[in-house]
Design a protein around this ligand. Structure first.
Ligand code: MOS
Length: 742
């Protein structure tokens, strides 16, 4: 079955992307396109008392200026604005009323014949406010923070405690107690948030919306509800994305505003946000975490306590299970968690690559490193002593867990054995050298999905589903899987995705699409195989006359017996002789969970840093990331995912921080020049290892997904390496040289 699955096939859409044939949301052209430009609030909290758009409206080429006082109708209930992945609360409604909820909130939309005219006219809109006191500092709000959810109540709330953690901690032979901080961080994909709305011209105001989104059907439902439109009148397309990382899971406000404008002027409208405007929206919540670990002198855990305060807005309660990773990973009879939300006058925080995992595991794995120091144990040795082959929170075995192989192969490839345990003991000229490591863990989720396959009598298959390719390589893996399961060459398979009219898909997120859509293809391909066998049996003197369905496969363009390859019928012959031009099947796949196993991906990350002793400059010179994530569909695109995660982990450890001026309540570094991310010069040797992990429990194809596991543990491994190099422990990210020299 595997000619293509597991190979490093190049992206099937690579050529389209490098030649510009692949179109992105802000690039679709249509007749009579008008352009929007957003005016944003300069205060963080209060009310608009007056908007004066008269000067803007006088500019030649301006068509209209929309505000909360002058716009087409919008729904008036919270439920209309609740998208598939909305948290509890009252979702933000752009241009809805006079309330200001965060600095940079959209308050007017200028629509003009040219984008430059719209932008200029937007600068002429005058706004007066009734300002109220705001709060944007998580440290100032931490004492006011409220519990996110009852322990064990929902999947995102903290898990149920076990044992007696306080008593076990108090009685422990060795204790570690530390507070860790992760600042607000922003995904800011290369592609700007953009929507091009095509006014389809008939009386009902039918719209085609090209939107930058990770979920076309999510946006379609949202727009229908917010504008009270019929499902058939709104089609949402997102054929390509220049990066998502969670920023496009929920509908962003530009989609709503572009539709609002199209309905106001009955024309096609394009709205592209500026980089600056993107920084106002969804971000990884800042997080204050406290971890207490109690251990026996021999290096086993008696107590884990993990408390977190994370940031959300005043109007929605976004949270994920930051603390639960601590009790999940290591063998420990006593564990307890607390997760609180600090409500700030900012936009709602949101999922950002490996939400909760990247930040929660950062704190846990730094704390484990500090515990290893206290125990005078090698950090890897401590992980092995605390290793658990069961999910400690749910007390379940794993469907598969090859983490021990990750530790072993990662350590070998890295040369961990050369580490001198003493901090500041390793040098390279005037640089101190540090080795650090961490464990990574993430969920292996899967979601119900529907796939349609149309097989033509010329031997070509069209595979379609409303999922998106957010840049990860979904087109390519879908092509590989379909080619293998239909027994066709790669170039005989076309994949159509990113269109809300295609069969049902969840948003592409949570690392669940590779497993979900691949098994979805398998289900539908089975139905195609069944139909082909029926036709093959009807051929005169059919060699498959008495073959049962599970005895045949599709391979090399044939329906062929698994036991005797000489018994075969060509797919094209079977269809032609049966006078069948096309076989179409559309099947839904769900992933019933009997609750008997935990499903996770794991990794072991090893990092080498070199730190200039005088200047404190840190370079991450080597990273080895050994990953166990079930069956790897494409070694090239999967390696890219992990490598991207490692680069992001370098950013998280050393560079990234969204800075808010708490006096103004405003983000002060909303550009890629001032919000620091790793550049080429910051990225050195990265080695990705996939260890074999066979899993026939999780799903028929044994797939787990690799989109997010790559970042987990990286920041901790680097922070631990910095400690090892310098003897200085910096617990507040990012580890900048001022903190190191302080
Ligand atoms: Mo991902 S943060 O679920 O797009």
């Amino acid at each position: 079955m595997s000619s293509y699955i597991g190979t490093p096939a190049s992206r099937v859409d690579g050529r389209a992307k490098v030649t510009g044939a692949a179109k992105y949301a802000g690039e679709f052209n249509t007749n009579g396109l008008a352009y929007g430009s957003v005016v944003t609030s300069s205060i963080a909290r209060g009310r608009i008392t007056r908007i004066d758009a008269s000067q803007a409206k006088r500019v030649d080429g301006v068509i209209d200026v929309l505000t909360h006082e002058h716009r087409p109708p919008m729904a008036s209930t919270d439920s209309a604005y609740k998208d598939d992945v909305a948290p509890e609360g009252s979702p933000f409604r752009p241009l809805y009323d006079d309330r200001i909820r965060f600095s940079g909130q959209p308050i007017a939309l200028v629509v003009a014949e040219e984008p430059e005219i719209a932008r200029f006219a937007a600068s002429l809109v005058r706004v007066e406010y009734d300002e109220e006191a705001h709060i944007t500092d998580v440290y100032r709000q931490r004492d006011e923070a409220v519990a996110s959810a009852e322990p064990g109540k929902d999947i995102f709330g903290p898990p149920r405690p076990r044992g007696a953690a306080d008593e076990a901690f108090a009685a422990a032979e060795v204790r570690h107690d530390g507070e860790y901080y992760v600042p607000i961080e922003h995904h800011n994909p290369m592609e700007l948030y953009a929507s091009t709305v095509r006014w389809e011209g008939d009386g009902d105001g039918k719209l085609t919306v090209y939107d930058k989104t990770q979920g076309v059907q999510n946006v379609q439902r949202y727009l229908c509800a917010a504008f009270d439109m019929k499902p058939d009148d709104v089609r949402v397309m997102s054929p390509f994305m220049g990066g998502g990382f969670g920023s496009g899971l929920r509908p962003q406000y530009q989609a709503a505003l572009a539709v609002l404008a199209a309905r106001a002027i009955k024309r096609s409208v394009r709205l592209v946000l500026t980089r600056h405007q993107m920084y106002v929206l969804g971000y990884r919540p800042a997080m204050i975490q406290r971890i207490k670990l109690g251990a026996k002198a021999g290096g086993t855990l008696d107590a884990i306590m993990h408390d977190a305060v994370t940031v959300t807005s005043q109007y929605e309660q976004y949270y994920r299970q930051e603390t639960g990773w601590s009790g999940l990973l290591y063998k420990c009879a006593n564990a307890k968690y607390a997760h609180k939300l600090a409500r700030l006058d900012l936009a709602t925080s949101c999922d950002m690559r490996c939400p909760s995992g990247a930040s929660g595991v950062y704190a846990l794995e730094c704390a484990m490193d500090e515990l290893a120091v206290a125990l005078k144990l090698d950090p890897l040795d401590l992980r092995l002593r605390c290793y658990s082959d069961r999910d400690q929170n749910a007390d379940l075995p794993y469907s598969s867990k090859a983490l021990l192989d990750c530790y072993r192969r990662g350590a070998e490839a890295f040369g961990w054995g050369r580490r001198n345990p003493e901090p500041r003991s390793m040098r390279d000229g005037r640089e101190l050298v540090g080795f650090g490591m961490a464990t990574g863990v993430w969920d292996a989720m899967q979601m119900p999905i529907t796939v349609r396959i149309v097989l033509s009598a010329n031997g070509h298959a069209d595979v379609s589903c409303a999922t998106s390719d957010i840049g990860t390589g979904t087109y390519t893996i879908m092509t590989q899987v379909a080619a293998d399961l239909l027994g066709l060459p790669l170039d005989s398979v076309s994949v159509k995705i990113g269109d809300s009219t295609l069969p049902q898909s969840p948003v592409e997120g949570g690392s669940w699409i590779a497993a979900s859509v691949s098994n979805g293809i398998a289900t539908t391909a089975d139905a195609i195989r069944k139909e082909l066998l029926r036709l093959a049996k009807r051929m005169p003197n059919s060699p498959l006359a008495d073959a049962a369905l599970d005895e045949v496969k599709l391979a090399d363009g044939k329906v062929v017996s698994k036991r005797d390859a000489s018994r075969a019928v060509s797919i094209i012959d079977a269809m032609r002789r049966g006078s069948v031009d096309r076989i179409e099947q559309e099947k839904s796949t769900s992933f019933p969970d009997d609750g008997s196993h935990a499903h996770n991906t794991h990794s072991a990350v090893f990092a080498e840093v070199k730190v200039d002793e005088q200047l404190g400059v840190i370079r991450v010179t080597r990273v080895v990331n050994a990953v166990a994530a079930g069956r790897i569909l494409n070694t090239k695109t999967a390696t890219s995912q992990i490598m991207g995660g490692v680069v992001w982990g370098i950013g998280m450890a050393l560079h990234e921080e969204t800075l808010v001026d708490h006096n103004l309540g405003r983000i002060m570094n909303p550009t890629i020049a001032e919000y620091h991310v790793p550049v080429h010069a910051d990225v050195h040797d990265i080695k990705v290892i996939f260890v074999d992990e066979h899993d026939d429990i999780i799903n028929p194809l044994g797939i787990k997904g690799v989109g997010e596991i790559g970042i987990v543990g990286v920041a901790a491994a680097i922070a631990n390496a910095v400690y090892h190099a310098t003897g200085k422990r910096v617990r507040d990210l990012p580890i900048t040289l001022d903190k190191l020299l302080r």
